[in-house]
Design a protein around this ligand. Structure first.
Ligand SMILES: [Ca+2]
Length: 491
């Protein structure tokens, strides 16, 4: 199925008007949130849960138009909370996406800009090229921990193995259980996982047995974390690994009888299984009377892969997918639920990114984020209040190097540093089909000026001019004619 322009507009275009009347963020803790373990809950400090699937596209969820894959929990959350139609990840692949989410810096400033370094790769052996978070990188977990939160993570970390400066225990996590290395995370029947610097054996998978599906183990541990810490504010980060490949799942129900390729049945079952487990988190919050004192974010980390775009329309008709800065690679599902605070059943088209999560979490927790971040708090938007939009959003990716900038309804995309910007009007053309650069020279000029200041260099992902051959020759001739001028890399 291909969505018509009208269909795309219906799904992604003018959607903001339905944001309901918000209630103000109360300074007092909810009455229902009585501590049951004798410890006093600090007033006004809601729990924060951030659930992120791995490689699921915006079109994979029922509330974003999916017809085949069942996601009843996200759909119900959308009815009970606010669904965002223009929330963006920071990068179209795993590791930088997580880096940006954790640090509030976009992909032109953050430490990890691709899964592996392209030059001067740090590390030894298996770790070579995996750029870890630096000791001085400051994460949302460190911020919340400092503010009195207990912090837990269950799933895939990807920002530093044990012994590096990037391990989660060095970045604010009291308890991190799961995969630290993103390649290890491909194995759903691994014989071991990491927990706080120690390996935890999964004996059910030894000798080729497949009895402990890692996602199930981690989802169960997340529930234990909530039970254990129900008496004090917690930050629970759930970077779940489904539906990233390998496409392994204990049971492909309820899709067993579908005529799709087995890989597609598994992919769909992995999404539905993870969605089920988000439902278990929500049910436990309710059981423990933490429902109203917990804000839950539910999203994915980057756009989908080709076979699923074809089978399930996983990019929802947007251009591109994983590894692309077109909308299909970076525009994500995002539903936020916080009963009594975030308007229920609302849809917002406010444009924001994962770099906004740290400052938003800081404001929710009543603390200050560090200065110099690229992100800003979008708490007013979450609460349904008006908010000044970002002046510009920025992305870069290095395989191949391309950049994207969004200003209002316009988005510019440039491959290399010398090619002209292509310009799209997302309000009329969310699928980025028609290049309007020739018609809006003023917008292009503003974007080009912004791009000159948008990023800093990093030795691990050097950027060199990449000119198309014919243009390079012409530029060389021109440069010769104006000796001393700068005809090089303008970024
Ligand atoms: Ca991913």
């Amino acid at each position: 199925m291909r969505l018509s322009r009208r269909g795309l507009m219906r799904r992604f275009g003018a959607a903001a008007a339905s944001v309901g009347a918000p209630r103000l963020l109360s300074g007092a803790g909810p009455k229902a949130d009585a501590p049951r373990d004798g410890r006093k809950r600090e007033p006004g400090r809601p729990n924060i849960v951030f659930v992120m699937l791995d490689d699921a596209g915006i079109g994979d969820f029922g509330c974003y138009g999916q017809k085949d894959i069942k996601t009843p929990v996200m759909d119900r959350m959308a009815a009970e909370g606010t669904r965002f139609t223009q929330c963006y990840v920071g990068s179209p692949v795993c590791a930088p996406c997580r880096c940006i989410l954790m640090t509030g810096l976009h992909s032109g400033h953050c430490t990890r800009r691709d899964n592996r370094a392209k030059a001067s790769p740090p590390g030894e052996g298996k770790d070579r090229g995996l750029v870890p978070l630096r000791a001085e990188d400051f994460t949302v977990a460190a911020l919340l921990r400092k503010a009195g939160y207990v912090t837990g993570g269950f799933g895939k970390w990807g920002l530093g193995n044990p012994g590096t400066t990037g391990s989660p225990d060095k970045h604010g996590f009291d308890d991190f259980f799961g995969y630290l290395d993103q390649v290890h995370a491909h194995d759903y029947y691994t014989t071991w996982l990491w927990r706080n610097g120690e390996t935890v054996p999964l004996p059910g998978n030894e000798g080729g047995k497949r009895q402990q599906y890692s996602h199930d183990v981690l989802a169960a541990a997340a529930l234990e974390f909530i039970r254990k810490h129900r008496g004090r504010p917690f930050f629970l980060y759930l970077p779940f690994t489904p539906p990233h490949g390998k496409y392994e799942v204990p049971d492909d129900a309820p899709y067993t009888n579908e005529s799709w390729p087995q890989q597609c049945r598994n992919y769909a079952a992995m999404i539905s299984r993870a969605d089920r487990d988000v439902g278990r988190v929500l049910a436990l919050l309710k059981e423990l009377a933490l429902d109203e004192s917990t804000v839950v974010f539910y999203t994915s980390d980057n756009g989908p892969n080709g076979p699923f775009i074809k089978q399930f329309h996983s990019a929802a008709g947007l251009r591109g997918g994983k590894r692309s800065l077109y909308e299909g690679g970076i525009r994500m599902p995002m539903v936020v639920r916080w009963p009594g605070k975030v308007p229920a059943g609302a849809v917002s088209d406010f444009a924001w990114t994962f770099a906004d999560f740290l400052p938003t979490a800081a404001e929710i927790a009543g603390t200050q984020p560090p200065k110099g971040l690229d992100g800003m708090s979008v708490l007013p938007t979450l609460l349904g209040k008006p908010q000044k939009p970002h002046e510009a959003l920025y992305w870069e990716f290095h395989a191949p190097f391309h950049q994207a900038v969004r200003m209002g309804r316009f988005k510019g995309v440039r491959f290399g540093t010398e090619a002209p910007l292509a310009l799209y009007d997302l309000s009329a053309d969310p699928a980025e089909k028609t290049d309007l650069a020739a018609r809006h020279g003023d917008v292009v000029a503003r974007m080009e000026a912004f791009l000159k200041t948008a990023r800093t260099d990093t030795p691990y992902w050097p950027v060199t001019p990449q000119r198309p051959a014919r243009k390079a020759k012409a530029a060389k001739k021109k440069a010769k004619g104006r000796e001393g001028s700068d005809a090089g890399n303008s970024v």
